[in-house]
Design a protein around this ligand. Sequence first.
Ligand code: HEM
Length: 404
Amino acid sequence: MKPSSFNIVWKLSLISFVLAAFTGFLYRYGMLYPMPAWLNFANIRHAHSHLMFFNWISPPIIVWFVKSLHQHGSPLPERSTSWCLYTMLFLGFLSFPFFLLYGYHSVSIGSLSLPLAAIISGLVMITWYWFAWIYYKHKKTSDGLVSFSLFDAGLVALMISSLGAWGVSVFQFTDIDSPMISSAMTHFFLSVFTEGWAVLGILGMMWHHAEKKKNDIRLSFNPGWLWLPVLFGSMLIFPFSLSQSLVTPVMYISAKLGLILIVISLSLNLWLFIRSGAFRGFIWRSVLVLLAFKIVFQLLAILPTGIWPGEHGLRVLYLHLLLLGFVSFVLFEMFLSESKKYAKALFAVTVFGVLVSLLFISGYWPLKWSPPDTYFWVMVLAFLPVVSSFWLLAESMKPKLRNV
Ligand code: HEM
């Protein structure tokens, strides 16, 4: 892939991040101040989360591995890969106004009434299949590297996650009226996408970093332990996102088993990362701490602590710790060169501010220890990553990005 295409994909992804982050701030603003009647919270949340998922998570992970495959002597076809990624990003942007204005509701066009945002989301998923087809058809070698094993497993998770999303659409056309099944399929998509695709793709990038540093990362066990339990676990844990009253004992036990698998595998990854000594500096250390927090959170959900990860406040805190913290830190650290270290450090500080503010409203923080006007400060802190990511965007517009 040409360096110019690589840079364009990164910049478009970063623009998506800034726009989606601003939408997240808008949600917090709307909780305190009046907003236009045509905006509602559910739609703002959809616009925010879909743009983050479609354009911030997937294209940068994919483009990173496309470039590193090129460097391992197995280039993917330049034109079709670039077109696939540009179409993916274009459709991600296109979905944004439709989610913001209509959410999943149908829009009248002449005599037709169509759920446009859902249709565009379906097209985005087709671009994922398009990429997977190009990848499996043309990939020749990856030299048995752990980084590529994790990316491959992540890609499988992406394909599997999409089945949940298709399931929701198909289900709408059946006579069965069960919010439980529809919600289960939505959460199946969300868990396999985040815990499977996003986590494995990002761990793959971290392994790539460690392999490049050629640090001591010899494995004394089968490398499958680094990804297989995460892949299977991500498919089992969705019941934890449902309302506790809906979950049957069998679902509960399989979800716990899924968490156990994930915790074992992530702990192994974390231990090897620490031992490799390849992750130095403020951002990398923060990444390791965030990964440790993620493991502890999931461990607490396994133990009989009474913590239910699907509770709204806790869920929002956990998702942002994982996606805004762990995943986004790795993306910025991998894509932006050393010279951007102050902008990256500021971004990290603003993200920690958001995470602390989400802890205050998680439902698990004593009210007496919260600052007065908590929601006002939550809103102010939500604006800060918009500013810091805008600075990173401005920095990214300058040459040159870190070499893969
Ligand atoms: C940049 C700073 C960010 C801000 C200020 C922000 C803000 C918000 C807000 C206000 C909500 C709604 C919370 C609620 O329903 O109570 C939300 C939900 C969500 N955000 Fe973010 N967010 C940010 C970054 C991200 C990132 C980077 C991702 C993913 C890559 C993400 C994914 C999500 C998801 C999936 C939800 C829906 C959670 C649910 O299931 O209800 N956010 N965010």
